[in-house]
Design a protein around this ligand. Structure first.
Ligand code: HMG
Length: 415
């Protein structure tokens, strides 16, 4: 693999030549890799290191999401069938009941500076010099102030570990419509020498936390009895009870929620890994639990709620360089990061509602596999005009395999 040393220094043409010969790629395969779609080679090359192509994820829309009285068309980028259909179904039934209500905290991110090897009086020294440390941190994120953001708080604590005591200085910054990682990390690196000067020791990690506990979002919907049948409500409540009491189900329950939230994050150019880390660490606080809650109100309606931290932005590096992200934000029409996060929370709740509704009644496979059938038809070699017919026959046979699709295709073609 020495041939790949310095790969990043090569032009894209040189990289493809080397990759082609070392990995035995065909002309056609190189051509496929280099089809970067709406991303120019130059943009893609600046987004990641050693760029040799782009992979494509379908983009769809889930229409009819009413959140706080405003109707949204929600862009979702995902490779899995039935997720967008399920979100749309949840939104449609929610709309018939007045839609979702949602609220979000101010967009405040937190970051940590880890100090090791300091004396026993480090915390007292931090407290004594807090005003100066605060002033320095404030100055370092002053550019946020013109947008209404900026430093919101400073604190410190001692953490006992198997590597000894550590001073953990924590900073909260309102990052407005950015995700905020760059702002926070730059500030943390800038303020750490002052902390060391005042408290002693050595600065190690200076990084934001993805558990964005001060940046939580909540959404709620009351699905009315009648719009949702009593049997569906009972099924959803039983499914929720399993997730609330069993970690094996809870993992899948939360995965279903993130199907929707991640798809909006990817469509809008947001860091879905950060979103995932925040959601699951939040769910694990005090024992891993569902990100949603369901109960029946006094009238027999189904009340669904979701709460989670959501660090997403509507401006920033990769959003700017990705034209599809820009267009997705235009389709969505969210005016701020908070508004985007509220819609995402509603999507997560709708997704979970639809999955539980299907799981608790006819089962997930009927709807999911009906839609996945088209995928199987394509894999089996169906032409565009044949896909629907093959998918229909797969559904009738209830045997969703490529083998069966090939058999059906042969039959359709008169073979
Ligand atoms: P249905 O009741 O047959 O739908 O549900 P319908 O034909 O009555 O249509 C009602 C609405 O659903 C439509 O309204 C659309 O909004 C939407 P309309 O546009 O007609 O006015 N809809 C669709 N939207 C786009 N494309 C479609 C489509 N079909 C319906 N083809 C549905 C069908 C698939 C929605 C239902 O069966 C469902 O919600 N299933 C759940 C599917 C699901 O959750 N998939 C996620 C992937 S599986 C997974 O990984 C997660 C999981 O493990 C999580 C967990 O365990 O909790 C399940």
């Amino acid at each position: 693999m020495e041939k790949f040393s310095g790969f990043y220094k090569l032009t894209i043409e040189e990289r493809m030549k080397l990759l082609k010969s070392e990995c035995k790629l065909s002309e056609e395969e190189v051509k496929i890799l280099l089809d970067t779609g709406s991303l120019s080679h130059e943009a893609a090359n600046h987004m990641v290191e050693n760029m040799v192509g782009a992979t494509h994820i379908p983009l769809g829309i889930a229409p009819g999401f009413v959140v706080n009285g405003k109707e949204y068309v929600v862009p979702m980028a995902i490779e899995e069938p039935s997720v967008i259909a399920a979100a749309s179904k949840g939104a449609k039934l929610a709309k018939e009941c007045g839609g979702f209500t949602a609220d979000a905290d101010e967009p405040v991110m937190m970051g940590q500076v880890q100090i090791v090897g300091m004396g026993k009086d480090a915390l007292a020294k931090f407290e004594k010099n807090k005003a100066e440390i605060n002033a320095k941190a404030k100055e370092l994120c002053a550019q946020m102030e013109k947008y209404g953001g900026g430093l919101r708080g400073v604190g410190a604590r001692i953490l006992e570990t198997n590597r000894g005591s550590m001073l953990i200085a924590e900073f909260a910054v309102d990052v407005r419509d950015a995700m905020g990682a760059n702002t926070v990390n730059t500030m943390l690196e800038g303020v750490s020498p002052l902390i060391v000067e005042k408290c002693g020791g050595k600065a190690r990690l200076r990084i934001l936390t993805n558990l964005a506990l001060l940046r939580k979002v909540r959404a709620k919907c009351v699905w009315k009895k009648g719009v949702v049948s009593e049997e569906e409500i009972e099924g959803i409540l039983d499914g929720y009870a399993l997730a609330a009491n069993d970690i094996f189900r809870c993992a899948t329950h939360n995965k279903g929620i993130m199907n929707g939230i991640d798809a909006v994050a990817v469509a809008t150019g947001n860091d879905w890994r950060a979103v995932e880390a925040g959601a699951h660490s939040f769910a694990a606080m005090g024992g891993y639990r569902p990100l949603t809650r369901f109960h029946k109100d006094g009238k027999g309606n189904l009340v669904g709620e979701i709460e989670l931290p959501l660090a997403v932005g509507t401006i920033g590096g990769s959003i700017k360089t990705n034209p599809v992200a820009q267009i997705s934000l235009k389709i969505l029409g969210a005016k701020s990061a908070r508004e985007l996060s509220m819609v995402m929370a509603a999507v997560g709740l709708a997704q979970n509602f639809a999955a539980l509704r299907a799981l608790g009644t006819e089962g997930i496979q009927a709807g999911h596999m009906r839609l996945h059938g088209a995928n199987i038809a394509v894999i089996a070699g169906a032409k565009p005009e044949e896909v629907e017919k093959v998918a229909k026959k797969l559904a009738e046979s209830k045997e969703y395999s490529a083998e069966n699709a090939k058999k059906i295709l042969k039959g359709l073609r008169g073979g």
